[in-house]
Design a protein around this ligand. Sequence first.
Ligand SMILES: *Cc1c(COP(=O)(O)O)cnc(C)c1O
Length: 301
Amino acid sequence: MMEEAPLQKLEAPLWQEQGVALWVKREDLLHPHISGNKWRKLKYNLQEARQQDHHTLLTFGGAYSNHIAATAAAGKAYGFRSIGIIRGEEHLPLNPTLALATSCGMQLHYISREQYRLKSEPGFLQELRAQFGQVYVLPEGGTNLLAVKGCAEIVPDIDVDFSHICCAMGTGGTFAGIVAGLTGEKEALGFPALKGGAFLRQEVEELVLAYSGQRYHNWQLATEYHFGGYAKVKPELLAFMAQFKQEHGIPLEPVYTGKMMYGLFDLVRKGYFPRGSRVVAVHTGGLQGNAGFKERLGVEV
Ligand SMILES: *Cc1c(COP(=O)(O)O)cnc(C)c1O
């Protein structure tokens, strides 16, 4: 059921000048419909849902959420009903993400931004269970300990000897999985997509500790590459993405992977990585979101 997520070596003059090698781990190719890290995060949750005899997945997200799209596609592929609790009002026609979700059979329910803040409160979850019956609840972004377990498997799936691994961050679940998977060896570097991403240090520490019982110190966050905040873009980011795609044939998206790759190239330029470093950048997927970006910004991404 899983496709390959091959490693692709990039030949870029900047990297050669700095004596640093770069591979992209193409998690975006992992599954035809359930993109990248979201598939890693869902894998053990789907097993658990089945084991608990659940037939319906319920989860949360914004109107352009990759996690909503992935949960809907996974539900369809593996025989679960799915319910998406969407932040904000309904807008018709549905944007490409929500149109994809409904085409996979996901039932959408819109709640106000105020209500949405309650999404992990036990009382609110109780209300949802009263309304929707027996459901397997996935938190926003799909991050829980089973998701960390799935993402830890990215590490042994890399078959070159690397010194550094880089990954974009939303909730930090994927990065926590990578840190857990490294078991203290090599270096991990996370790129928060949100402004003020330093709070993710604690999230990652707590997730890794809860999952593995360990505290590791071989990881850092690069918090300067958010481009103004979550889902905010700047012309230089879009220009970088376009050039990257043209030179390497790898599409990125502006919310996560574009920012990570931009940051990574900037750090290489600034000599962050010692000569001889061998860096793996994880392409976490999310390309479904580009259709919505094109619609919102009127620019090709
Ligand atoms: C959701 C997502 C992330 C962030 O993953 P977290 O586990 O929430 O940190 C990164 N990249 C892409 C493409 C995503 O869709």
